[in-house]
Design a protein around this ligand. Structure first.
Ligand SMILES: Nc1ncnc2c1ncn2[C@@H]1O[C@H](COP(=O)(O)OP(=O)(O)OP(=O)(O)O)[C@@H](O)[C@H]1O
Ligand SMILES: [Mg+2]
Length: 147
């Protein structure tokens, strides 16, 4: 089934550049605010996009994130051409991290990024291959569930 794309924009993510890290996520958040998305939806997108962006900075060697809005949901496609994730099941576990001491000193490496992305998304697809890179597709529904 092909979905109607209402808005789409890509942002580059620089590898290992902690000075500019998080900028793409700020831009994405601002776009959704301007359009007037519900704050709970914006918060979920912002968390998922920040965690995914940081992983591309720290492990992916740089890449890009694409924000896509369709009638039903907000989609984030986060891609890098880095080393890939050898064991996705392990990487999805809370507390699992291969962060370096340097990254831990900056406050990263709790091993909570991917679990947080999962928790804040309605659908998460991870495609990864050794030596080829990683692609995350994160779906977050636009309708707020007040039930
Ligand atoms: N894009 C990626 N490319 C290669 N490996 C990755 C990528 N994203 C995550 N990983 C691997 O999965 C592990 C878990 O990622 P996760 O985001 O959950 O935790 P973290 O980044 O180590 O710590 P935190 O996100 O809490 O700062 C990472 O330590 C890394 O080994
Ligand atoms: Mg992380």
């Amino acid at each position: 089934m092909s979905e109607q794309v209402l808005f789409q924009k890509s942002f580059q993510i620089k590898g290992n550049d902690f000075a500019s890290a998080g900028e793409a996520s700020v831009q994405i958040k601002n776009i959704l605010k301007e359009v007037g998305f519900d704050s709970s939806v914006i918060r979920r997108v912002a968390v998922a996009s920040y965690e995914a962006e940081m992983n591309v900075v720290m492990y992916g060697g740089g890449g890009k994130v694409t924000l896509r809005v369709n009638p039903e949901d907000v989609i984030l496609i986060v891609e890098d051409k880095g080393p890939g994730i050898p064991d996705v099941t392990k990487a999805m576990q809370e507390g699992y991290s291969t962060a370096t001491d340097e990254m831990r000193e900056m406050g990263f490496g709790a091993g909570m990024g991917l679990p947080n992305i999962k928790r804040n998304s309605d659908e998460l697809k991870i495609d990864t291959a050794a030596g080829k890179g990683t692609r995350l597709e994160i779906h977050i529904k636009r309708a707020v569930n007040n039930g």
